[in-house]
Design a protein around this ligand. Structure first.
Ligand code: SF4
Ligand code: SF4
Length: 136
């Protein structure tokens, strides 16, 4: 039901702006702290891609969206119930991670290079460079 309504509640999803991610790991630490996660049960990770001779480095935050068990991203319902953002989004100082109504995410991503990863919660990646290059 991406972008639709669910029992009167607007569906929400993530947007990750790869141009804004500086690889600081604050999203991952925030998630661990908020959800008291043990080692090896991360709900979000960071993929680091280095170019030849390290002329560039790209960082790609990746959510653990669908797998079963403790590591699945739950979108922090305990925080949302208080009107607060998921810890990963709140901890990101560059606003690389946005969690909002899916239709607002779609509007914000319009006109930018986009890759959408579907799951229980969808993630829309935007970037000024080719996403397919980052996905390798
Ligand atoms: S998404 Fe934000 S908090 Fe996470 S590594 Fe990138 S800049 Fe840091
Ligand atoms: S929404 Fe919550 S549980 Fe999911 S990755 Fe972000 S901080 Fe972790």
């Amino acid at each position: 039901m991406h972008g639709g309504e669910d029992g009167g509640m607007k569906m929400k999803s993530f947007m990750v702006d790869l141009d804004r991610c500086v690889g600081c790991y604050a999203c991952i630490i925030g998630c661990k702290d908020e959800n008291n996660l043990d080692a090896g049960t991360d709900r979000i990770g960071l993929r680091v891609i280095e170019g030849k001779e390290q002329l560039y480095t790209h960082y790609i935050p990746e959510f653990n969206l669908d797998c079963e068990g403790d590591s699945r991203c739950t979108t922090c319902p305990q925080l949302q119930a208080q009107g607060r953002r998921p810890a990963c989004a709140a901890n990101c100082l560059t606003d690389a991670i946005i969690f909002d109504e899916s239709e607002k995410i779609e509007a914000a991503a319009k006109g930018r290079r986009v890759k959408v990863v579907e799951g229980n919660t969808s993630v829309t990646y935007v970037s000024s460079i080719e996403i397919s290059e980052l996905s390798k």
